[in-house]
Design a protein around this ligand. Structure first.
Ligand SMILES: [Zn+2]
Length: 171
């Protein structure tokens, strides 16, 4: 906020100059009213005109300093807002990167399931647990690895040797 405080200092200086100028004007006006010499009165009239012009310049300068101060405050507010947006975007990017990383991990995990022919059916096996068969249908439709149950002798055993507890598919 350095620019704001500089603008404030300039404003204070200009205000102090304006009040001094006003005091000088009053003094000159008093002297002008009291003098008996017309030469002096004429010279003091000129001085009054010049002081008026000085006051007008001071007024303009104050207006400019005020607008610089307001503009600087706006810029600071805008800057703050941009910083917040930037921080938000950075955190969104971090979140997206994390999502991508997890997605990649998920894909790698998926690749560990490979199809295996069992009788006339195709099941899935995980490279870490080759003895367990997984339901192909559930894996494709729900993205879940559902281990198959081995069927004992029963009504379904003529259809296959394994059944999925998730979708009841028989393999
Ligand atoms: Zn299933």
């Amino acid at each position: 906020m350095a620019d704001v405080s500089i603008a404030g200092e300039v404003l204070a200086t200009l205000t102090s100059m304006a009040s001094t100028t006003k005091a000088v004007l009053e003094a000159v006006k008093t002297a002008k009213a009291k003098t008996k010499s017309s030469d002096t009165e004429q010279a003091l009239s000129l001085a009054v005109d010049q002081i008026h012009s000085l006051q007008s310049s001071l007024f303009d300068a104050k207006e400019k300093a005020l607008s610089i101060k307001a503009e600087t405050l706006n810029l600071h507010a805008e800057n703050l807002q941009l910083r917040e947006e930037n921080a938000k975007l950075r955190s969104e990017i971090a979140q997206l990167n994390e999502d991508i990383r997890r997605n990649d991990q998920g894909l790698t995990e998926r690749e560990k399931y490979q199809p295996k022919q069992v009788g006339s059916a195709v099941v899935l096996v995980h490279s870490d647990t080759p003895g367990i068969f997984y339901c192909t249908a559930c894996f494709e439709t729900k993205g879940k690895a559902v281990p198959l149950n081995r069927l004992g002798k029963g009504p379904f055993s003529i259809l296959g040797s394994y059944m999925c507890p998730g979708c009841q598919a028989v393999y």
